[in-house]
Ligand binder design. Sequence first.
Ligand SMILES: *Cc1c(COP(=O)(O)O)cnc(C)c1O
Length: 495
Amino acid sequence: MELLSKHLVVAPKSGFEKSFLGDTSRLKLSVHQKFSSHCRPAPRASFGNGNTIKIPKQWYNLVADLPQKPPPPLHPKTHKLLNPEDLSPLFPHELIMQEISDERFISIPDEVVDIYRLWRPTPLIRAKRLERLLDTPARIYYKYEGTSPAGSHKPNTAVPQAYYNAREGVRNVVTETGAGQWGSSIAFACSLFGLGCEVWQVRASYDQKPYRKLMMQTWGAKVHPSPSNITEAGRKILQMDPSSPGSLGIAISEAVETAATHDDTKYCLGSVLNHVLLHQTIIGEECLEQMGDIGETPDIIIGCTGGGSNFGGLAFPFLREKLSGKMNPVIRAVEPAACPSLTKGVYTYDYGDTAGMTPLMKMHTLGHDFVPDPIHAGGLRYHGMAPLISHVYELGFMEAVAIPQTECFQAAIQFARTEGLIPAPEPTHAIAAVIREALHCKEAGEEKVILMAMCGHGHFDLAAYDKYLQGNMVDLSYPSEKVEAAMASIPKVLL
Ligand SMILES: *Cc1c(COP(=O)(O)O)cnc(C)c1O
């Protein structure tokens, strides 16, 4: 990544700055040379972190522009249409309104924009060195969300969620976390608004990832391994399997139960729901501006999908442009072969959690009692997919592929050794798909513009890199027969 921010090009003062700036002025010179040797200015390496781009003032709601509305959520017991009030034990009013909204744009509160300024706008970076390594005519760009305090895109929604809860007088927020990314993001956000925060962390990751837990605790959150014996849902699982490694579905049940049984406590979710995807569109809105600024239009947009929020966040504003005929990018989701909810899951009504307490949502699902194999991309191990992403997929506006983890880590190593950033295990899936596409462009001699969602860094996931580098990582795939078997426990919804 070349650093070209304006503030690096001031006159040197101290000896340290002199040697530091010595380097950047050379970089600057080489860019000047490129500008003069092309008829069209060569795209800069990095865009938007020199304060040229403003933080968008509105989130974008894709629902407003879809030719068919997504199927509505249903009550988990009665299977009738869910009333917005049914959600009020769990969520503050404003987030429920956003969840069901079909307004095209929703204003971002000033207080939230002010906090976004800590790390936004995030950079859009051209991966020139990766292009060179692959010897591809494609131009690869990535929108990097790892500059946030928690190191991923998740604070984009954690901050507004904490804000609306605090504004409506809620005292405590409870949630679940898999890999620890969401837990640390909401712990960070709650600390800014003086909210109490309790997190159920999937047992397997609680044991394997002490540093994420310590981040949450540093930001003031209380962390429980899940399943725990604090909740009815957790105790039930432990009775059946005392050494259960847990799952996101189980941890969600525990947090939802706690919110439903405490008046001053609400629940929050880091992915899947409409309002979460809405908040994440800040990524795509910014990126549209940044790409417009350099005169580029993506031919293909690639992102990894766990619940779908970083992918939808980048892709939805571009999908709006596609639906209105202004551009025509292919939009491609990438999921792990071990948790293939889009490519192998069934599109049907299912619960969002294991105990069946959440509303029924129509989505691509592997079944709510799915317990994933312990692949390293913890954030991609959810049984379902965002109903909005699932719907867009059914409408044919996007495609999906599943990639096994060793190919992903191989791609991540190539990325780290050319671009410098060490990616989180989740976006290694996007990188692997980008590399496939770039090599395809090389074979076909196509100059495509590839845009990738680079949703977080992997500084707390180095154990996964250790496994890969030692040659101990194995590929796991999920057999279709298991999906069929899981459908037996899916609620029969008669609409
Ligand atoms: C949580 C997480 C994911 C998966 O969630 P999505 O909602 O699909 O984005 C992916 N990458 C990172 C870095 C995460 O923290």
